[in-house]
Design a protein around this ligand. Structure first.
Ligand code: ZN
Length: 412
């Protein structure tokens, strides 16, 4: 028996010696190695980086599809005299409730009603809002209260309509471009008083701004404005109205844009519940719509990306992204963790991947990393640790590069 154990121990030592892992650090593409092949793109290869569905969250991989955070601040507009909007004591709480409800609705996204019998998957929107402080009359706060007789009001109809005018935005905005500025404006008091004008929950999105109206003057509970807030912010994030045919998504059927079913054409039968139509629900976002917003968030230099908390710059060494099946990354990614391609598996990267400071991609012995027009970099002005290409005497890690690939910002 003793002999057997000694033999086994010896065998283990021998094996582990044979399996000693050699590491080659790949810093750039000029580096020559027998384990790196440069190849032509396969015939008929189609770039996948613009396809919205390649950005739809897959919650099986939470480290790859973490929840994005959109920074916002809030401006309440009122007249110099008179009271047509909430003051600070009321307004902070009211918006907090509205935002909380809006965030909840992004999480409990509903199934699409249209088209009838659809099997469109229901995914979480996978983004949220975070308030950001700005300079206000009471010091730093995410809420500013402005009094301005010329600019406080909002009208989306009639000869005095001003909904698309920018004066109020340019005068009062703060942190333009990096924070989404939400303006809460009352419908013009003369129109509210007029018998022929009905004040609505309404709004408009322009650039990285949103104006919403009907908030104070309608006297409704805060949650009733949540879907309008989500709708307008989704415009900023890149969504069009979905009742049209050309909204860029096949899973949002053109429809009559009915508020609700009236039993009479064109609003009979099932009506839309999509967030980007005008209806009493506005609770459904499709995988394509969600993907489109996340595609914009992953596009370098886009206005949507600049509104996000750059979580991809927060390096996280407490866990790794483990590739333990053959995987394809068909959309861009912004990662906080190491990536480990396990032995016997392959990872294809088809777009851009940002690696956080100090992180690396480990290709284990017997694993393959395939890059197709891929750009590996760090989008935070920091450096990452490149690719750790591992091999043993028997098994080698491999990199295959197709087309124009780049590896940048690797620590020297
Ligand atoms: Zn709209």
């Amino acid at each position: 028996m003793k002999i057997f154990w000694t033999f086994l121990l010896g065998l283990m030592l021998l094996t582990s010696c044979n399996n000693k892992i050699q590491s080659l650090r790949i810093n750039n593409l000029a580096q020559a190695s027998d384990d790196i092949a440069t190849l032509d793109l396969p015939k008929g290869y189609e770039a996948s980086c613009r396809e919205p569905l390649n950005y739809a969250p897959n919650l099986e991989y939470p480290l790859e599809f973490y929840k994005q955070q959109v920074r916002i601040n809030v401006h309440y507009m009122d007249a110099e005299k008179g009271k047509y909007n909430f003051d600070r004591a009321e307004g902070e709480l009211y918006f907090d409730q509205m935002m909380e409800n809006a965030i909840m609705r992004l999480e409990v996204n509903e199934k699409m009603r249209l088209p009838e019998g659809n099997e469109t998957p229901v995914l979480p929107a996978n983004y949220t809002y975070v308030l950001r402080d700005m300079d206000t009359d009471i010091g730093r706060s995410p809420y500013a209260f402005h009094k301005d007789d010329d600019l406080f009001w909002f009208l989306s109809k009639g000869k005095n309509r001003n909904n698309s005018r920018k004066e109020v935005l340019t005068k009062y905005q703060q942190d333009e471009g990096s924070v989404l500025n939400v303006f809460i404006q009352p419908t013009h008091p003369d129109s509210v008083a007029s018998k022929t004008y009905t004040a609505d929950i309404t709004g408009i999105a322009m650039g990285t701004y949103v104006k919403i109206a009907g908030v104070y003057e309608l006297g409704l509970p805060a949650w009733q404005h949540a879907t309008n807030l989500n709708h307008e912010i989704a415009h900023v994030l890149g969504l069009s109205h979905s009742w049209y045919r050309n909204d860029g998504c096949d899973d949002t059927p053109p429809n009559s844009n009915c508020w609700r079913s009236t039993g009479r054409p064109p609003c009979e039968g099932l009506t839309s519940n999509n967030m980007m139509d005008y209806n009493s629900s506005q609770m459904a976002l499709t995988p394509c719509q969600i993907g489109k917003m996340h595609r914009n968030m992953h596009k370098l230099g886009s206005k949507q990306r600049k509104l996000l908390v750059p979580q991809w710059c927060e390096s996280d060494d407490s866990q790794s992204i483990v590739i333990d099946s053959d995987r394809q990354w068909l959309g861009a990614k912004d990662l906080k963790n190491d990536v480990i391609v396990k032995s016997g598996n392959s990872l294809e990267i088809h777009c851009r991947v940002s690696m956080a400071i100090g992180r690396k991609i480990i290709v284990e012995p017997g694993a393959t990393l395939r890059l197709f027009n891929a750009q590996l970099h760090n989008d935070c002005g920091d450096t990452w640790k490149g690719i750790d290409l591992q091999s043993t005497k028997k098994r080698r890690g491999k990199i295959e590069m197709f087309g124009n690939c780049s590896i940048d910002n690797v620590e020297e």
